[in-house]
Design a binder for this molecule. Structure first.
Ligand code: URA
Length: 424
């Protein structure tokens, strides 16, 4: 077997054999296949696709590159959620404690942000003392005790994906449905959850720009889950405008705490409760209403215990940016455009995100939205706040917002958040 034959096969639109897939994923993980060869193969896959059988085998090969976690009996059904990523998408933060408060256990192994979408670990690291890295034993103990864990993936979980994802990120090969589906599902299957709910986003702030592409991705992931005996449901949700009013690490933690205390923006509450309902169905818990549990404050109690179990102080003040500026309306009218991608890039440039894996993020940087799509505004009215510790980042952030935030005369309302569900 050699890498060139595999690359040429996919370049010429052939179906890869099981042996080719097993060999190339394993050889790449061990460093026998070089980065430039895997980059060429990833591009050939992006351009020519893989069929369902190839995707299933590729996923299995990535799972087999590392260990499958086994938490043992934690006394509750295990159920997890994964979002394909968006702007202001802090849903994991209120969702994990909410589902735990309803009786399931949530092993949420998460990543850091790269590009314009934020990472869950970066958000939680804005809480003083909070620790992302836990051993498998610590995760199991916290699942049994608290019912919810949000932490970094362990180093032995799907190492082929870690290496390949970093390569795709710098070779323009992220937006391939077979590669995204196998990347996400290999990690979730290796994590050992019993049920999985996927939040597959579409719109300017998402990887998938249209509902049609999002549905294709959702169907590919649900098919992989079903083939592996993992109960999987996907919700298709809008990401053309940011979720909630806060974009940026500490800003999103603060908004999540508002939701856990029974308040917060309506769209964040709606999506949190909708995902919780789907997770509870997969966990076989049908007699608990997550909306009531959220309003009761029980999810907030689990949040406090979950943060404290990982060394964080849930009562400590969150970092505040050294510099805050407003973007104001240049004319009177209706806010008709609040583009998720533009706001994600602005927040990233203010310091909330990183350009390279090694970069540090600013805990307090980001964007706070002061008005919503459809709101009437007067000329000079503040539309958003730009938060940063490095004021020289502001011109770049303002440039990113050019055309992405628009006041005009057309009546407008927020797009529908929940489009559809794909069930296994
Ligand atoms: N998230 C992942 O984990 N993998 C991808 O390929 C894309 C998003």
């Amino acid at each position: 077997m050699n890498a060139i034959d595999v690359i040429i096969a996919k370049r010429d639109r052939a179906r890869l054999t099981d042996e080719q897939i097993d060999w190339v994923v394993d050889a790449y993980t061990r460093g026998v296949v070089a980065d430039e060869q895997m980059a060429a193969l990833a591009m050939a896959i992006l351009l020519n696709g893989m069929d369902a059988g190839e995707i299933a085998r590729w996923t299995q090969a990535m799972i087999d590159s590392g260990d499958v976690l086994a938490f043992g009996d934690v006394g509750r059904p295990l159920v997890d959620k994964h979002s394909t990523g968006g702007v202001g998408d802090k849903i994991t933060l209120p969702l994990a404690p909410l589902v735990a408060a309803c009786g399931a256990a949530v092993p949420q192994l998460s990543g850091r942000g790269l590009g314009h979408t934020g990472g869950t670990l970066d958000k939680l690291e804005s809480i003083p003392g909070w620790r992302a890295s836990l051993s498998e034993e610590e995760i199991a103990a916290q699942l049994a005790d608290v019912g919810a864990v949000i932490c970094a993936t362990t180093p032995t979980l799907a190492p082929a994906d870690r290496k390949l994802y970093a390569l795709r990120d710098v070779t323009g090969t992220v937006e391939s449905i077979p590669l995204i589906a196998s990347s996400i599902m290999s990690k979730k299957i290796a994590e050992g959850t019993d049920g999985l709910v996927l939040d597959v986003k579409f719109g300017s702030g998402a990887f998938m720009k249209t509902p049609e592409r999002a549905r294709e991705l959702a169907e590919a992931m649900v098919a992989i889950g079903t083939a592996h005996g993992l109960a999987t449901t996907a919700l298709l949700t809008d990401m053309s405008v940011p979720l909630g009013r806060a974009v940026g690490n500490a800003l999103e933690v603060a908004e999540s705490v508002e939701v856990l205390r029974g308040g917060g923006p309506a769209d964040v509450v709606e999506l949190t409760v909708a995902l919780a309902r789907e997770m509870l169905v997969l966990a076989g818990i049908t007699d608990v209403d997550p909306a009531q549990v959220l309003a009761s404050g029980k999810a907030y109690e689990v949040w406090e215990r979950m943060i404290a179990a990982q060394g964080g102080d849930p009562g400590a003040p969150l970092p505040v940016a050294a510099h805050v500026e407003e973007l104001v309306a240049e004319r009177s009218g209706v806010l008709t455009r609040l583009d998720a991608y533009a706001i994600g890039v602005a927040s990233w440039r203010l310091g909330a995100g990183r350009a390279r894996k090694e970069d540090a993020v600013q805990a307090a940087a980001g964007v706070r939205l002061l008005v919503d799509v459809g709101d009437e505004v007067e000329a000079g009215h503040p539309l958003l706040e730009l938060h940063t510790d490095t004021p020289d980042a502001v011109p770049g952030a303002r440039a990113a917002l050019n055309g992405g935030v628009l006041v005009s005369d057309e009546p407008m309302s927020r797009p529908t958040l929940l489009l559809d569900a794909v069930r296994g």
